[in-house]
Design a protein around this ligand. Sequence first.
Ligand SMILES: Nc1ncnc2c1ncn2[C@@H]1O[C@H](COP(=O)(O)OP(=O)(O)OP(=O)(O)O)[C@@H](O)[C@H]1O
Length: 259
Amino acid sequence: MNDTVISAKNLSLTFETNDGPVHALKDINLDIAKGEFVSFIGPSGCGKTTFLRCMADLETPTGGEITVNGVTPREARSSRAYGYVFQAAGLYPWRTIGGNIRLPLEIMGYSKEDQAKRVQQVLELVELDGFDRKFPWQLSGGMQQRASIARALAFDADILLMDEPFGALDEIVRDHLNEQLLALWARTEKTIGFVTHSIPEAVYLSTKIVVMSPRPGRIADVIGSPLPKERPLDIRDSPEFIEIAHRVRDGLREGHADG
Ligand SMILES: Nc1ncnc2c1ncn2[C@@H]1O[C@H](COP(=O)(O)OP(=O)(O)OP(=O)(O)O)[C@@H](O)[C@H]1O
């Protein structure tokens, strides 16, 4: 059985700018299997966001190939294969939390009844039940980010692409959201692509960590995690965790040395 969900082969993307070409991605080869939690980590400008945007059909590669569920990102997008969570929660302030989550469902033409059912389901998944009538500004930053995850989950896509969703939050809130995201992933068995700058976050969440390096943006190391699926927060003190974190750090250092 072929369970590859995302496959990049010699994927490249060069932006033509006034200052000359920027090689945001060069010869990226990576397969992501169904149900994996894959983090992308690397210094600013190494192409993490660009890679995620290529998967989501928000950017067009200039070389190589990328498929999502065996088809082009464009086709996958029109079959609603993925939900996308941006760095900032990006909720509309004039819509309630329920209204924000409902928006993609309205656009997709779900019935009113189905919309209400799905909003309720995803609010429960992110532990925000009861908050559907609140406005975004009535919620904390962490709750807003959860609402934005709920919005990406609303149409039940199998793939969730998340671009540094917790970057702006303090560490305690982030820890809590990391735990909740892992629980949600375990429950829903979705395939997740996750951009982060944090080594502990990448190691805690992932089944696979992709270390990237800049100029040109490329993959420096791919680290499979031997950690069990069940991960209490204190797993971060275990020797296995610390060993993977070291390897990620080494990969990041090598990338910097090249630059
Ligand atoms: N639309 C664009 N036009 C020109 N250059 C771009 C564009 N988008 C990204 N880049 C450049 O491509 C490179 C990769 O950018 P990208 O945002 O993917 O990096 P990143 O690893 O996600 O960075 P960060 O961690 O800061 O978010 C950078 O040099 C960036 O300046």
